[in-house]
Write a protein that binds this ligand. Structure first.
Ligand code: PEP
Ligand code: MN
Length: 276
């Protein structure tokens, strides 16, 4: 495989063959839309349990929660680290939900053994050593696009994981930095059909980090599913105003319920259904 070869491992070779990735009983890239929901960060066990119970009851099937938080300021809450991973794994088990959490260093890999999907965040999309190390694991990897990276660069980062031997890569568009200051980032909705055209890998949209404000999460989620996304990654909190991080963009559980109600007909309109 050379730099100029268009036949990469990520490349779509056949319009009819898309990769599906199954985690426990949840499949990414099939006919069902997967809704991943949970807090930005795992804060404590009680709050995580409450959030998980609510989002599961409303139709989320995968539980998110960060334990290693790559924050812009070193004075912001950095996550509970290994303790947060342990809480997330216990809560996921209690609610029979697969879990996803962000990994930021190779040295953490062993401590993520009870997490079902490893997230590579926007800031680590081109941490090639990490990508290669994750490529040697068998866990599904949700790879986020960096906020200053092109679609092509995202795909080449996916290639690092695939080339190292792990075929289970889920691509995630989470917004890019543009000259528009109103939103935290600009959701590149065109990335969905472009990634689908170029690659056979599942595509998930994160409308929470792309918008930075809770009230934009619903319209962006509907747009993402209408555009062909295979899943959504949503920040939800029982008390967004008390959230230790990203409270402005967190959906309350009632807003999450409204979003799920609105999502069903949109999913059906594009020949999909929600994974329930
Ligand atoms: C997150 O999902 O919690 C996160 C930090 O996302 P991003 O890497 O997209 O900023
Ligand atoms: Mn967040």
């Amino acid at each position: 495989m050379t730099e100029n070869n268009t036949d990469f491992l990520y490349s779509r070779k056949n319009n009819d063959i898309s990769t599906t990735i199954t985690v426990k009983n949840i499949t990414f890239g099939g006919s069902n839309i997967v809704v991943i929901a949970g807090p930005c960060a795992v804060e404590d066990e009680k709050t995580t349990m409450e959030i998980a119970g609510k989002v599961k009851a409303l139709g989320a099937t995968v539980l998110r929660g960060g334990a290693y938080k790559p924050r812009t300021s070193p004075y912001s809450f950095q996550g509970l680290h290994e303790g947060g991973i342990e809480i997330l794994a216990r809560v996921g088990k209690a609610f029979d939900m697969p879990t996803i959490s962000e990994i930021t260093a190779i040295s953490q890999i062993d401590s993520f053994k009870d997490v079902d999907i490893l997230q590579v965040g926007a800031r680590n999309m081109q941490n090639f050593d990490l990508l290669c190390a994750l490529g040697k694991t068998t866990k599904p990897i949700l790879l986020k696009r960096g906020f200053a990276n092109t679609i092509h660069e995202l795909l080449l980062s996916a290639e690092y994981i695939l080339k190292a031997g792990n075929p289970n890569v889920i691509l995630c568009e989470r917004g890019i930095r543009t000259f528009e200051p109103y939103t935290r980032s600009t959701l590149d909705i065109s990335a969905v059909p472009i990634l689908k055209k170029l690659s056979h890998l599942p595509v998930v949209i994160d409308p929470s980090h792309s918008s930075g404000v809770y009230w934009l999460v619903k319209p962006l989620s509907l747009a993402a599913v209408a555009a062909g996304a295979d899943g959504l990654l949503l920040e939800v909190h029982t008390s967004p105003e008390l959230s230790t991080c990203d409270g402005d963009q967190a959906l309350s559980t009632s807003s999450f319920g409204e979003l799920m109600d609105a999502l069903h007909p949109v999913a059906n309109a594009v020949g999909r259904s929600l994974h329930i």
